[in-house]
Structure formats: structure tokens, C-alpha cells
Design a protein around this ligand. Structure first.
Ligand SMILES: [Mg+2]
Length: 314
């Protein structure tokens, strides 16, 4: 575990650092609060700080307050080290955001025991953080394809709508259906069906730009939310997806599955408020036409001269 040791006093800095190294900690030692905050703002910042109170410039409590004012996703545990021992000062140090307090001069075994306590707290925080992340992933992702689930992709669509308006771009919804999926499921079983869905998902992911959003909308339906410079650009991306999926059949245990998708595209300009719900509805109507016209194709939603979408009339 990495520990940041902050002390303007060279003797104490060296003493604490060498003790910590002896106990197996990886030590980063600095002599002032400003540099300490820079270290703590780094992406892989140490999570444990042994911090001197009395320092020129930023004091230990100043560092604590600034650290707590901008909490990151991971907790930083602060052990304040100081010669100040009056009760009022202890209270002040803890109120500034320190987690624990040790007065100089201290016994090395007490410092060591307090560091172990710190590590227990940090381990708990880490476990909480990990399970929170896991839960967040489970709540927003489809377990089969690992794409966004229906609720999350609709959330992404709202984000994309806001982005389109900010960047004065077009918002596009691509609604995608895997062709002849029911036949695969009925004739080759659900396992083959699952493999087809995963393969289609992975081919589409690879064909999209990293900042486009792809989710499983339900069953064998997928939804892409993206921003584009024009409606034509959005259709071009849809066509690229279609081609990427159809490029080669999928072989599973001696069986060949020709893969293809039908895509309905609806686009809205950011010139006015964007109704994402009606955009999805328009894409759905276009998808229906793509299916009707023979599958493995892209159909664009019919719209009136106003670039904002209206429900397709077919
Ligand atoms: Mg000092």
C-alpha cells in the first residue's frame, strides 16, 4: 500500500518514511501541503496520508479541508501528526477532515497500529466501492451481450440529445432487429440464439464509433443513439452496421447461420427541442418498413420538410 508522508521537518519526514518502508509500505514523502495536494489529485493517488499539522504555507488542516472539499470516488484516509495535543486542537484537527490523530513524539508501534486501523477502513471502503460499481453495472447492462440494457440505452439517448443540442448536431436513433431470429431460436435452440445475439452485438460494437451508444432494446432488438453532422451521415453509419453484420455467416458447431439486420433510422436536427420518444417511434416505423421490404436493409423515417421528426406514415 502506498502512503503519502507530508512533513516540513526533515527529521520527522525521514523517521516516518523509513519506519513505513520497514513495515512494507511504499512511501512518497513531500515537505509541503501544496505538493501533497498535487499528489492527492493524481489519478493513482495514495489513499493513506500521514500529515503534519504545522507547516509553512498550507497547514495540515488546510490540506484536509481542501481534500474533503473535492471528494473523489475513492476515500483518502488522513492521519494527522502533530505536537499540538490540547483537546480543542484535537477537535479542530478532526473537524478539518482528519480521520485520526497522533501526537509527536510518538511510539513507532502506536503509529504502526494506527496505520493498520487505517488500512482496515480503507479496505472496507474499497469493498464498498467495488460492490457499488458491480451493482451499477448489473443495473445498467444486459447480462447476455454486456451492452446497455433498455433503461440505460434510453438514458444514453437523453444524454445524446443534450449533446446534439450543445454541439448543434443531429440526433439519430437506429432501431435494429436481427433478421430471422425466431427461426434460429426455434430450429437450433436458445443457446444458438444467444450466440447469434452476442455475435451481432460484437460486430455492431466494432463498427460503431467509440462515442456512439449501443444497447439491447429487448429480445432481438438493439438501439443505437448517436450524434451526426447530417441525417445522411447517420444513415451511412446505419449502412456500415448492416454491412458489418452481414459480412460473413456465423458458424456454430457445424451449422452455418447467415447473419443480417434490418435497421430503421430516425434523425432530428438540434434546431428545436428534441422529442426522443417520438424519434424512437419514427425509427420503429422505419424498421417495420425495412422488414417489410425484404430485410437486411436500412430504411429512413419519413419526415415532413421540417427537419424535426414526425411519426412515419407507413
Ligand atoms: Mg511541521
Amino acid at each position: 500500500m502506498r502512503v503519502l508522508v507530508v512533513d516540513d521537518d526533515k527529521m520527522y519526514r525521514t523517521l516516518v518514511s523509513s519506519s513505513l518502508s520497514d513495515w512494507g509500505y511504499e512511501v512518497v514523502a513531500v515537505d509541503n501541503g501544496k505538493i501533497a495536494l498535487e499528489h492527492l489529485a493524481a489519478e493513482d493517488a495514495p489513499r493513506l496520508v500521514v500529515l503534519d499539522w504545522m507547516m509553512p504555507g498550507l497547514s495540515g488542516t488546510d490540506v484536509c479541508k481542501r481534500l474533503r472539499a473535492q471528494p473523489g470516488p475513492l476515500y483518502t484516509y488522513v492521519l494527522l501528526l502533530t505536537a499540538r495535543r490540547r483537546m480543542q486542537e484535537v477537535v479542530e484537527g478532526l473537524d478539518a477532515g482528519a480521520d485520526d490523530y497522533l501526537t509527536k513524539p510518538f511510539h513507532p508501534s502506536e503509529l504502526r497500529a494506527r496505520l493498520r486501523a487505517a488500512q482496515r477502513i480503507l479496505d472496507l471502503h474499497h469493498k464498498l466501492f467495488e460492490s457499488h460499481r458491480e451493482l451499477a453495472h448489473l443495473a445498467t447492462h444486459d447480462p447476455l451481450t454486456q451492452l446497455f440494457n433498455r433503461r440505460a440505452i434510453l438514458g444514453q439517448l437523453s444524454h445524446e440529445a443534450a449533446r446534439a443540442q450543445r454541439e448543434k448536431k443531429f440526433l439519430a436513433v437506429l432501431l435494429i432487429d436481427v433478421d430471422h431470429f425466431k427461426e434460429v431460436n426455434d430450429r437450433r435452440g436458445h443457446q444458438a440464439g444467444d450466440l447469434v445475439l452476442c455475435e451481432v452485438a460484437s460486430r455492431m460494437s466494432a463498427a460503431l464509433r467509440p462515442y456512439d451508444s449501443l444497447g439491447r432494446f429487448g429480445g432481438e432488438e438493439f438501439l443505437v443513439a448517436l450524434t451526426a453532422d447530417s441525417a445522411a451521415d447517420a444513415s451511412a453509419i446505419a449502412e456500415r452496421l448492416r454491412a458489418a453484420v452481414a459480412v460473413t455467416p456465423l458458424f456454430v458447431v457445424g451449422h452455418e447461420f447467415p447473419l443480417s439486420i434490418s435497421v430503421g433510422v430516425a434523425t432530428a436536427s438540434a434546431s428545436g427541442p428534441i422529442e426522443t420518444e417520438s424519434l424512437v417511434h419514427s425509427a420503429d416505423s422505419a424498421l417495420y418498413r425495412a422488414k417489410h421490404e425484404g430485410r437486411n436493409r436500412v430504411c429512413t423515417a419519413l419526415s415532413n420538410p421540417d427537419p424535426r421528426p414526425v411519426a412515419a406514415s407507413s
